[in-house]
Design a protein around this ligand. Structure first.
Ligand code: TRP
Length: 335
């Protein structure tokens, strides 16, 4: 039997941090053994906000190298660049024409990002989730592993697929497969080092709030040393009064590959002065092999180019027939 297919991507804006690794990429690496994985760099999404043309391509390579360095195997998984496949933009256009504007006006992420952009909100920013729906539906995946914050975009994706099926398909023969979100309940949600109630994010203006995957050991150690804590002794998970404590223990648990119970027992009598050096050491050691592999990949552009060219071919073999199917259902002339 064919393996179930999953698809996911990361926007190529800014550097990859611990939250991207523990919250997303590591999960894909686990899924990789028994799923057919399509993983891409969302560079079309990166230009929905003002961007620097000098770093756009480099960010794409950096993320591709990060995927592989973290354990995505380019021989079994398909790694590709969104802008390399015109199918994404083309299907997004068709979806634009069947998506009611008020569905997009409701999107929480749009409203938040638009607030930050002031007068400079592009049509593309509002259209972001429609492009995301195209990204997903082109591959007819069984599941889409994403964080909690993408839940609304996945619901929209399902709504767009259902609407297309309803308007242009027949009940017994839907045009597009409606995918399931794969949002892990116990999933790692890595929070900011300066505020345990906010997600670790590349858009946080403070560098101190996140650990970048390429941070040198001394930088990692310093960031952890300065991370926000509380005055209590004895460390614990799940105390709503102690979000930073929960977050730092969670990072330690994941990076040391232990169970939550084991970490809870190990740390219950510790103070921060004892825990922070332990966490710093664990983080540095866990990231060391990833960093080494990343550096090697970044200095071998020919190899990366080859992986992405290969990925494009494999992705297009799935995406192109899906787009054709939709165009036929819509009624375009076939020459
Ligand atoms: N919006 C996603 C994010 O910010 C990135 C993304 C774009 C994506 N297209 C996608 C994720 C398709 C999953 C599937 O993380």
């Amino acid at each position: 039997m064919a393996k179930p297919r999953i698809l996911s991507g990361i926007q190529t804006t800014g550097d990859m941090h611990l939250g991207n690794y523990l919250g997303a990429i590591r999960n894909w690496v686990e899924l990789q053994s028994d799923h057919e994985c399509f993983l891409f760099m969302a560079d079309l999404h990166a230009i929905t906000v003002p961007h620097d043309p000098k770093t756009l391509a480099e960010n794409t390579f950096k993320i591709a190298a990060t995927y592989i360095a973290c354990g995505i195997d380019p021989d079994t998984s398909t790694i590709f660049v969104q802008s390399q496949l015109p199918e994404h933009s083309e299907l997004a256009w068709i979806f634009n024409c069947i998506t009611p504007l008020n569905w997009l006006e409701r999107m929480i992420q749009f409203k938040e990002k638009a607030l930050k952009q002031g007068d400079n909100v592009s049509v593309g920013l509002m259209d972001y989730p429609v492009l995301q729906a195209a990204d997903i539906l082109l591959y007819e995946p069984d599941g889409v592993p994403v964080g909690e914050d993408q839940k609304q975009h996945l619901e929209l994706t399902r709504d767009i697929a259902a609407r297309l099926n309803f308007q242009f398909g027949s009940e017994d023969k839907p045009i597009l497969k409606v995918p399931e979100p794969l949002i892990r309940k116990d999933g790692a949600r890595i929070m900011s080092l300066t505020d345990g109630t906010k997600k670790m994010s590349k858009s946080d203006p403070s560098d101190q709030s996140r650990i970048d995957l390429t941070d040198a050991p001394a930088v990692i150690t310093k960031k952890i040393k300065r991370a926000k804590t509380d005055p209590l002794r004895g460390l614990e998970f799940d105390n709503p009064e102690r979000p930073e404590c929960h977050n730092l223990l969670g990072i330690y648990q994941l990076l040391s590959n232990q169970t939550k119970a084991a970490v809870a027992a190990e740390c219950q009598d510790m103070g921060w002065g004892q825990f922070k050096p332990l966490l710093a050491e664990t983080t540095v050691e866990a990231l060391r092999p990833i960093q080494e592999k990343y550096q090697a990949l970044m200095s071998d552009r020919t190899y990366l180019q080859q992986v992405l060219a290969n990925g494009k071919t494999k992705a297009q073999a799935i995406a192109a027939p899906t787009l054709d199917k939709v165009k036929a259902a819509i009624g375009f002339a076939r020459l």
